[in-house]
Design a protein around this ligand. Structure first.
Ligand code: KG4
Length: 336
């Protein structure tokens, strides 16, 4: 089964061609221009998707060994995301599916991330724990099959990526600040400042990151009234990163132990964080738990994960997937 997948939920336009579970192409165009506004501007994001979707889909086909006429189904991100951005990808996919007379498979973006570990490592067995951690989401899932998973923990306020970005902004780093905190932290000592780890000892698998952001703001105001000196930034970044990664890893390993699961998948944009990767592996491995972190192009927003899940839905579902009237939905993506 050959699938063309399209993803446009936020600020990446992506298209991918899959032959079964083999990813032939996974083209991703990131909208870097949002950096100068300090965050993603929804209207500009949808216009940029509109400008690039045709070219990105063409590239995905041309650079694969598959022709458009050979495509058996079109997969597309349906929700959650920025409504205008979703509409661009979804309408493009619907038009193409109608022209080709092929089914359309609407996919939930978060589900795409949940199963990206299986795309990375086909030997990964169910059940597993999936931590989806990005700019808009931070949740832990217990994944039982391609059709069955449950949310067992979630952030009560900000997503971890949002915390990275907002704290980065407090010290004058450009958006998105997560990768820059990661980079600066490499030169710093994580034990310099002891920032709070909200909810870390609570008897649940939920998170809260807004308190950390507030506490960091007061800390800077009190200790460095003229702003954080340049030479303190590496230690500051290392300490903030340690606090965030400490909570993420403690809760995820706790989830695996509680549900007696031997595999953890870490997905979403924040899974690129080098400390998160190391700390998760260290803590999980100590308990005999394996950790799968998809490669970068499968961690960030990408169409390959959308096509991969569509393939499994087509295999397992009785649905005919010829409903071209479905509506996209912005639900559950947190505002930045
Ligand atoms: O999944 P993603 O590409 O899309 C959205 O959720 O929009 O995630 C983007 C998020 C941003 O908050 C960004 O700062 C964060 O992932 N991020 C990182 C790193 N790379 C990306 N956070 C910490 N360390 C990184 N290396």
């Amino acid at each position: 089964m050959k699938i063309l997948a399209i993803e446009s939920s936020c600020d990446e336009t992506s298209a991918s061609v899959l032959d079964g579970t083999r990813v032939c192409t996974n083209i991703i165009a990131s909208q870097y221009f949002h950096a100068k506004y300090g965050g993603v501007i929804p209207e500009l994001a949808s216009r940029a998707h509109l400008r690039s979707v045709f070219e990105i889909v063409n590239r995905a086909i041309e650079e694969s060994d598959i022709k458009m006429e050979q495509i058996d189904a079109i997969a597309v991100t349906k929700e959650p995301g920025l409504i205008g951005s979703l509409i661009v990808g979804s309408n493009f996919a619907k038009g193409l599916a109608l022209r080709l007379g092929k089914p359309i498979v609407p996919i939930n973006h978060i589900e795409g991330h949940i199963y990206s570990g299986c795309l990375q490592d086909e030997s990964l067995n169910f059940p597993f724990i999936s931590l989806v951690v990005s700019g808009g989401n931070t949740s832990i899932f217990l994944v039982k099959s391609y059709m069955n998973y449950e949310v067992i923990g979630s952030t009560k306020d900000d997503a971890a990526g949002e915390a990275f970005d907002k704290i980065a902004k407090l010290i004058g780093l450009p958006y998105p600040g997560g990768p820059l905190i990661d980079k600066l932290a490499k030169e710093g000592n994580p034990n310099t400042f002891n920032f709070p780890r909200p909810m870390i000892h609570d008897d649940n698998l939920d998170f809260s990151f807004s308190g950390l952001k507030t506490s960091v703001r007061y800390f800077i105001h009190k200790q460095f009234s003229n702003g954080l000196p340049e030479e303190t930034k590496p230690d500051f970044c290392a300490s903030v990163q340690e606090a965030i990664c400490d909570v993420l890893t403690v809760k995820t390993v706790k989830a695996a132990l509680k549900h007696k699961v031997n595999n953890i998948v870490v997905a979403g944009g924040v899974s690129a964080n080098s400390r998160l990767r190391t700390l998760m592996s260290e803590r999980a491995n100590k308990k005999g738990i394996n950790v799968v972190v998809p490669k970068m192009s499968y961690c960030m927003d990408n169409a390959a994960m959308i096509g991969f899940l569509a393939y499994h839905k087509l295999l397992e579902s009785q649905d005919s997937f010829f409903d071209f009237t479905y509506q996209v939905s912005a639900s559950s993506l947190r505002a930045r």
